[in-house]
Design a binder for this molecule. Sequence first.
Ligand SMILES: Nc1ncnc2c1ncn2[C@@H]1O[C@H](COP(=O)(O)OP(=O)(O)OP(=O)(O)O)[C@@H](O)[C@H]1O
Length: 244
Amino acid sequence: MKDIRINIVDKTYQADGRSHKAIAGLDLTIQRNEFVCLVGPSGCGKTSLLNIVAGLDQQFQGQIQLGDTQNAAHIGYVFQEPRLLPWYTVRRNIELVCSGQPPAALIDALLVDMQLDAVQQQYPERLSLGMQRRVAIIRAFAINPVLLLMDEPFVSLDAPTARQIRTLLYSLWRQRPHTVLFVTHDLREAISLADRLIFLSAAPMQVVADIPVNLSRDEREQPAQIEAFRHHLLDNFPAIAALL
Ligand SMILES: Nc1ncnc2c1ncn2[C@@H]1O[C@H](COP(=O)(O)OP(=O)(O)OP(=O)(O)O)[C@@H](O)[C@H]1O
């Protein structure tokens, strides 16, 4: 897949007789297999952006170029809430998104990687929120996505659970590289995952700063290194403090 080009000239919502300009003049290029974290204040338009990239919202001015893959079947989307179907088992929830024959071996491997193989025949209501979020991540990986969109997938999890799932996600991504757009409010989380951080302004949303993260995998696992990088960012890019 070639680079992804996102050019949103204007995204305006009309509601209750009023208009709200959510995004204006946003221009981004994401390289193949890059892991990009999008960081911006609440309500600035991050979900709106992901919905446009996913093709779920076509009411905007601009253009999205997904390289060779204009096909939504190759886009995995992990929403803010797990959105599992309660009347299907964990395994069935994952299989449902696969077109044609579900890739049994891949699903088996993902269930093991995410430590969910023992509960695959259970129904979502029997799972903790952290487990449901892991199922949602597997469901996105099961289609072997070329592009993975993740909208604050670890929000409202306790810190140890979020850390555990983050580590699993990072190792899955390293095993099966693909382009990721990951929305988060958590700068430490963003630093631990991303090749590149894109800081976004309040509405109308625009790019404030676009910063590479040059940390090794070992460094990303050391809280002191993450903290040092965070201080480096806040010292050298004062404008981003207001966005967190
Ligand atoms: N369907 C809609 N109709 C009208 N306004 C909307 C609609 N969806 C979103 N908005 C508005 O657009 C703005 C951006 O919303 P969006 O959900 O994209 O922000 P966000 O950055 O993802 O927020 P958060 O970080 O809180 O999840 C908000 O002001 C929101 O109220």
